[in-house]
Design a protein around this ligand. Structure first.
Ligand code: ADP
Ligand code: MG
Length: 618
């Protein structure tokens, strides 16, 4: 129990003053903030009390930084000083963003391909974390004005597909904005909370959360039981959202005008004007069915039917992700109790219809799709504040994590779709006699060969006491916390030598890579398995070569010259086979040397036993 004592007055406070923890939806396109007041969730609106959305846009003026609608107005007049889609840059290296650079009006700096992305404005360089923190500061100050008190703690949401670096960058942005980030929550998880599903103990449901925002698409399947939210599967595309629907309109308009897409890329103001008008057209189609405008004397038009045709492949992409998620969760349509729509882009009638048709039931859009994530974040904040003790949240990890083993193989330690937080471990040993240091390289991805997966980081377990190969017992432990931050621990159990590291990789996964990695893993399953089998044979062959050398050394006095020559020849053949790509010839060479040396090994064993017996004094 806590007793609130007022130190100044020396009395016991009758009412414990609860600290407000805010929930923040830090979106690619729009951000917003909410909090729970008693039993009511409140979304903070602008001064006029109407709009809760703060466009995630910053403008750098002579007087400083402005965020939101004021900045949005500067997109056309000052594109170089107006920054949008910062979320896409979070935790990214320049190398990850080749494609993005051409499409934004501002200057993304190319300093070093491995380095984290920076944005240049007037000769000053800003990290995405710094830029995001400006958006968070704006949201923080909005709440503080509203509540007339300081706010220091927050829950911030991120897409389910954000990796460790991106989550860490988000956390850091909070810190820079003066917020202690108590939890990073997946957006779909927050959305399900907002719908209040599972808030009563006996509620049992399986729900689909379909979130199509401005820049990301996520599908999550959640099972709610006994007040526990369990994410059965997630899928999505971190490079698919409302922006892409705008883009199909722009491309369509370009075919009607005499402007080329190269010209549009060069003329940044014109590009922004097209973007703005295309978004207006998209929204107008949702309500009035068509849109006409004029951009630099060019008359442009689009109707519902044309848009539906142009957007079909985008919607199909989202449905395909739904299919994969349902497959991962091993569920059929009849198992789904509700389909929940999240994100501004689900306002498009063509999206609503497609999703409803796909799942065979009317999708639920009773809450404002813009506000659900922030509302859920506020509810999560309320849970963390200790106001709803009966709730527990379980998330899952979207990609497998593991380490590199001999021959470049990926050994998965925490598999995709594992519940978070989680810990898992496995024991390994050395492959070289007297090995003192062991490199532990950590990867994320679904392929069998690490070269196809994404490196998260590496470290070295040093000062292992010298032992023959195969003797050290090296335990590798992965600890994935509730925010998705991974700690890797390596311990040599015989000597207790230990090293650990927290994965804050230098840069994140590229938008395309994330989706591609999953698709590739399915498409290449067969060739991966073949490559894996070959590598495993080669590893085994290398072990036999080492064992053979040891055998020759230990038995050099007992073996005839002919036997030694024969063993060396077979060994050479085996070594040669490992240089090729043919698993069968490696297997055959192993077989040949085993067949020849087996009787010799038995003889050696008999000899050694005899020798040992002779030496034993009775
Ligand atoms: P994010 O989560 O990425 O910040 P939001 O959920 O705020 O994105 O969604 C923003 C997207 O929703 C934008 O692409 C915007 O054009 C789109 N959007 C908002 N309202 C509508 C509408 N009425 N019709 C179609 N798209 C809309
Ligand atoms: Mg969103």
């Amino acid at each position: 129990m806590k007793i609130p004592i007022n130190l100044k007055a020396g009395s016991v406070d009758k009412e414990e003053k609860k600290e407000v923890i805010i929930g923040i939806d830090l979106g690619t396109t729009n951000s917003l903030v909410a909090y729970v007041d008693g039993t009511e969730t409140k979304v903070i609106r602008d001064a006029a009390g109407s709009n809760a959305l703060v466009p995630s846009i910053l403008h750098f003026s002579e007087d400083g930084v402005v965020v939101g609608n004021v900045a949005r107005e500067k997109l056309i007049s000052a594109p170089e000083r107006t920054i949008y889609s910062v979320k896409r840059l979070m935790g990214k290296s320049y190398a990850d963003l080749e494609s993005l650079k051409a499409s934004v009006g501002y200057n993304v700096i190319d300093q070093d391909t491995e380095a984290l992305v920076k944005v240049e404005i007037d000769g000053k360089y800003y990290t995405p974390t710094e830029l995001s923190s400006e958006i968070l500061k704006e949201l923080k100050s909005r709440v503080e004005k509203h509540l007339k008190t300081k706010v220091n703690k927050a829950v911030i949401t991120v897409p389910a597909y954000f990796n460790d670096a991106q989550r860490q960058a988000t956390r850091d942005a909070g810190k820079l904005a003066g917020l202690e980030v108590l939890r990073i929550v997946n957006e779909p998880t927050a959305a399900s909370l907002a719908y209040g599903i599972g808030l009563s103990k006996d509620d049992e449901q399986t729900i689909v959360v379909y979130d199509l925002g401005g820049g990301t698409f996520d599908i999550s399947i959640l099972q709610i039981q006994n007040g526990i939210f369990e994410v059965l599967a997630t899928h999505g595309d971190t490079h698919l959202g409302g922006d892409d629907f705008d883009k199909v309109i722009i491309d369509y308009w370009l075919t009607q005008s005499n402007i080329s897409s190269a010209e549009l890329n060069q003329n940044k103001s014109l590009g922004q004007e097209y973007r703005t008008e295309a978004e207006k057209a998209k929204k107008a189609i949702s309500t009035v069915g068509s849109y006409s405008t004029t951009i630099s004397n060019q008359e442009l038009h689009i109707d519902e039917q044309t848009f539906a045709t142009l957007a079909k492949s985008l919607i199909d992409k989202t449905l395909n992700a739904c299919k994969l998620a349902m497959k991962d969760a091993k569920l059929k349509n009849e198992d789904i109790d509700q389909v929940v729509l999240v994100g501004g882009s689900t306002r498009m009638p063509i999206v609503k219809t497609a999703v409803s048709d796909y799942f065979g039931q009317a999708a639920n859009d009773s809450l404002d799709p813009d506000e659900v994530v922030a509302i859920g974040a506020a509810i999560q904040a309320d849970i963390l504040a200790g106001n709803r003790k009966d709730l527990l949240l379980i998330d899952i990890t979207p990609l497998s994590m593991g380490i590199e083993t001999v021959g470049g193989l990926m050994d998965v330690i925490i598999s995709r779709n594992s519940k978070v937080p989680t810990r898992a471990g496995r024991q390994y040993t050395t492959s070289v006699d007297g090995q003192k240091n062991l490199k532990i390289a950590v990867y994320q991805g679904e392929r069998d060969l690490i070269e196809h997966n994404r490196k998260l980081g590496e470290f070295i377990l040093r000062d292992i006491p010298p032992m023959p190969a195969g003797i050290p017992k090296i335990e590798i432990k992965f600890i994935l916390d509730a925010d998705g931050i991974l700690t890797v621990k390596a311990t040599e159990l015989r000597s207790n030598v230990e090293t650990q590291m927290e994965i804050k990789s230098a840069y994140g996964i590229s938008e395309e890579d994330m989706a591609r990695m999953l698709i590739d893993s399915l498409q290449n399953a067969e060739s991966d398995m073949k490559a894996k089998a070959l590598l495993e044979s080669i590893n085994e062959a290398n072990n036999i070569v080492m064992a053979t050398d040891r055998f020759l050394e230990q038995n050099k006095d007992a073996l005839s010259e002919e036997q030694v020559t024969q063993i060396l020849a077979l060994k050479a053949e085996l070594q040669a086979s490992t240089k090729g790509e043919n698993k069968d010839s490696v297997e055959a060479a192993m077989q040949a040397i085993n067949v020849y040396t087996e009787p010799l090994a038995h003889e050696a064993l008999d000899r050694n036993i005899g020798k040992a017996l002779k030496e034993t004094k009775l």
